[in-house]
Design a protein around this ligand. Sequence first.
Ligand code: PLP
Length: 398
Amino acid sequence: MLSTNDIKPTGGPRAPLAPVLSRSSFAAPRAPRPPSILDAGQVRLVTSGRIAIGLALREMQAGAGHKILVPAYHSMSMIAPVLACGAQPLFYKVGMDTAVDLADVQSKLDPSVKAIMVTSYFGIPQAFETIRAFCDRHGLMLIEDCAHCFFGEHAGRAVGSWGDYAIGSSMKFFPIYEGGCLVSARHVLRTPAPVSAGKGFELKAALNALENSFAYGRLPLVKAALWLPLRLKDFLWKRAKPAAGHNAQARAPSSSDSSYEFDPRWLDKRSSHFSRWVLRRASHARIVQRRRANYLRLERALAGLPGCRPLFASLPGGACPWLFPLLVDEPQPLFERLHAAGVPMTRFAETLWPGVDGRVCASSAALSRRVLAFPVHQELAEDELAWMIAAIRSGAGA
Ligand SMILES: *Cc1c(COP(=O)(O)O)cnc(C)c1O
């Protein structure tokens, strides 16, 4: 059992919210690879999911005078690239099961609507057979937002192969500091091969992933070996800071610092060598297998908790979950108790685009308030998982 003395970054959760590097990250790299967005078509590896959205919009020549349909249940990072290309977001409804409300989408169509962004929330694929047919019927471009489903298949096809373009957010699934991908199964990509963002960025991408891992007690030997280089890095970073505000190239894409900003200077930048190496070498089979097992374990352990139920009735066979979303009747007191206990959790879409409220979509307003989502990633240790489950159960008054 974890105690209050356990290692954790100051103020952070007591178990990692996102995957951190460990020795097991690279176990059995030769096991057969499960389907992922990388199998869907041509790929460009960039530094974030939002940059990939920006590139998808550029590929389809979206711009001023165009509207892009965006779900009312969204991450703010999906909106900035739409505005950056000069188009306007138009919000459509989703149901309490997160399914796209196609009747609402239909009612919003007009000749200026260029594309629709569809998100497979928490890793559960949307009904893409129907959505793809709808888009074909109405001449709509489909951006498949696989930020929550890097892995998985639906109706026998890899995630990412339904959209005209698909985007992924690699940081949500791999122990890396930055990464995203643009994929197309249906069009030849015009986006040129991205270029390195420079030596400083390459170094930062590697060291930050390692530091994040050290913060949770992983890789102690590497930590010892890197003690001096890391002190040096902190020193150099502090000295470089004063210039950074106005300087040309920010040293990290905003997604890596958990903001929602969109910086077009990253559109032509490649994901770091380190991130791409982890993508190639990490065991994909282990990621999918552990995430599914951890999800099912949370589902069983949290069944019947008063005032709580899983957002999804079941985990579909081909899905690889991002998080375990729990729908809570009175979320705020539980959130505060768990937060104080250091339980890692995410409130996806907690902040919605200004004006996107219950009148635009009642489900989205409810979901953004009521869903507390817990990590199921492959790097959760057994004691962390057991502690987290016990903390959630006791927090909910089981
Ligand atoms: C995280 C996220 C994105 C953007 O990905 P970043 O890598 O953070 O830029 C896009 N869509 C959804 C639904 C997300 O959760």
